[in-house]
Design a protein around this ligand. Structure first.
Ligand code: TXA
Ligand code: MG
Length: 336
């Protein structure tokens, strides 16, 4: 079993952080909490450690990782050049759930970036991640701490369940605040472009980057592959995930499947009372506000997986920009 150390999310114990630094300096892997999801950290400039990250996740080597930094100064050292725009967004949103893609500096190993010419960078806001980065005094590569194409972990238990012995140390600081991954924006084109909708909402991003392009096909079209490593099937639970248009349809499908003997989970986000006995399916009602919903989504899917359901039927979410990150993950996690 992986070694798990409990750490205070607000006031991380210096001894525990020092132990995590020791593991990282030895080329090891540390699962750390961030404000979005748990990340699997390794020294970004250590090619051997980065290779271990890919192996632990079962992730193909051409899928780039996000370099996590303490702040803008460390980010600059990873970039070939640092635009005014990069400075602007870093000052506005870091530390926080925004990842920027810039040209990679030549002395940064290509392995971190999946062999490509660019690099994705973010400064996480979680006190434990920040304490670790400060104590280590160099960037870490940290993809979400799950197996390739699996559900991102929002608790330490989710990490242990998926990665087991492949991770040397897990820092358990409780559930993640945002519960969904960071927003990824490519700053290289003339018009910055959202590659992955995420925890930083687009309205906030637009206030600083008014011309940012957030292609609707990221959410709606199966064709678009704007970001390396964004396969259609990604962020998927073990159970089959079916998306229904409405609350009524979700219930109809769920109870229909249950009547054939399937073990079914049902995830809705409308508070309604019904006369149908809930015991035939495991029903979960999520909040109606998108950020609150996002915080609980992966956790709910992990719980239903753990309960051993065969199918999870999810009520579709509103076709509204505030819901894009959630809609994107549901679409990628779904079977059809
Ligand atoms: O919230 C997050 O971003 C979490 C926490 C741990 O920080 N990390 C995370 O990393 O979600 P990962 O590796 O699971 O997802 C990285 C995303 C992928 O969608 C990948 O395609 C994109 O970032 N990405 C990374 N490097 C890129 C690059 N150089 N160019 C374009 N997209 C890139
Ligand atoms: Mg991931």
């Amino acid at each position: 079993m992986a070694r798990v150390l409990t750490v205070d999310a607000r006031a991380p114990d210096a001894g525990i952080i020092a132990e995590a630094v020791r593991v990282l300096r030895g080329g090891g892997l540390v699962a750390m909490p961030t404000e979005t999801v748990y990340g699997l950290a390794a020294r970004a400039l250590d090619e051997g450690a980065v290779a271990r990250v890919y192996a632990a996740k079962g992730r193909p080597g051409h899928h780039p990782l996000i370099a996590h930094v303490e702040g803008e100064a460390q980010a600059r050292a990873l970039a070939a050049s640092w635009s005014e725009r990069a400075s602007l967004v870093a000052k506005a949103f870091w530390p926080g759930p925004l990842t920027i893609v810039v040209d990679r500096a030549h002395d940064v190993p290509a392995a971190v970036a999946g062999g490509g010419p660019s690099i994705a960078i973010r400064a996480p806001a979680h006190p434990v991640a920040l304490a670790l980065l400060r104590a280590l005094d160099e960037p870490v590569a940290a993809p979400s701490a799950n197996r390739f194409q699996g559900l991102s972990p929002t608790t330490a238990d989710h990490v242990v369940k998926q990665l087991g012995d492949a991770v040397d140390l897990v820092l358990d600081a409780g559930p993640c605040e945002a519960g969904i991954e960071s927003t990824v924006v490519d700053l290289r084109p003339a018009r910055p472009r959202v590659l992955r909708p995420g925890a930083l909402d687009l309205a906030a991003l637009r206030r600083v980057l008014p011309d940012v392009e957030a292609p609707t096909e990221i959410v709606r079209g199966a064709e678009a592959r704007p970001s390396p490593g964004m396969e259609a099937r990604h962020y998927a639970p073990r159970a089959r995930l079916l998306l229904a248009d409405t609350w009524e349809e979700a219930r109809r499908i769920a109870y229909g499947l249950a009547s054939t003997g399937a073990r079914v989970g049902l995830v809705t986000h409308e508070k309604r009372t019904t006369s149908v006995p809930e015991k035939q399916v495991i029903a979960r009602s999520l909040p109606q506000e998108p950020a609150q919903y996002a915080r609980l989504l992966y956790r709910t899917l992990h719980d239903l997986d753990d309960a051993g359901v065969d199918v999870i039927v999810v009520q579709g979410v509103p076709d509204d920009e505030a819901w894009w990150a959630v809609a994107d993950r549901l679409r990628r996690g779904s079977t059809e």
